[in-house]
Design a binder for this molecule. Sequence first.
Ligand SMILES: [Mn+2]
Length: 313
Amino acid sequence: MTIYQEIWKTIKKYDNIIITTHIRADGDCVGSGIGLREIIKATYPEKNVKCIHENVGYLSFLGKSDEATDEEFKNALVISVDCADIGRAVDPRLTTGLDLIKIDHHPNRNPFGRKINFVQDEMCACAEMIFDLYFVNKKAKISKLGAEALFTGIVTDSGRFKYSGVTGDTMKKIGIMYELGIDAQKIYVELEKVSLDELNFKGYVMMNTMQTPNGVLYVKLNEEIRNKFNVSYDEASNMVNALSGVEGHPIWILINEFSADEIRCRVRSQGIVINDVAEKFGGGGHANASGIIVKDYATVDAILAALDEKLKK
Ligand SMILES: [Mn+2]
């Protein structure tokens, strides 16, 4: 039996299914969650399927999170999507269900699924895996919302199809989504909306970007700056992309002080592996996109020094 058949067999067995995502929601976790819910609902209309996710402004076009009681969790099959580590799960009740399946595309260091841990870390988005789950099952159906949710997951996690995880297969799946009637133009408009505050904030980030001796670009943000431009912590973190593509600066890092003793670093690179540095400092992620949470600026300086070492030639 393939892993897909195993997952479908498990889904078939349960009347109640709750899908959970990860904290600090992004397009892929919400897109994967809603996509999977829509697939199961369209395929088995009699089942009660919910998706629990954080409600994020720029993803509101996909709909609000469902709600589930403790009792509902206890009587449900729980499927976690796009969540590498159980500590990052959006709802701690995911372990209280009748069974727990993990579906994810990050390195599988924490296989918290009970029997099924379906992990493909070469995939550019978890939504691509969810699409496969739909596509391999000839009896499976999907709604337009489901296809749009999966499209959103792939578009956001692949940086608009620019990252290395994108393959011919990815694009074939996108082609099928277009055939399913998705309104891609509407989705791009939704994803790319910015407020005037965000525009001004982007200007601040660009003007205040600094570099280490060998050219690692970095910018430091804190609550005072976020408040000045009226942007949320997550909106500020997403600004890491504003530092990308600068010629001769293949590593960049956004340092975002979450609270007095919690400084979160988003490290990105082009062509240089940086998750080894992230792991050394207790973080992790992909080869070119990692995150690290530290307690003080002395550690931030050590991270900058370690990344700077990579550019020393
Ligand atoms: Mn993802």
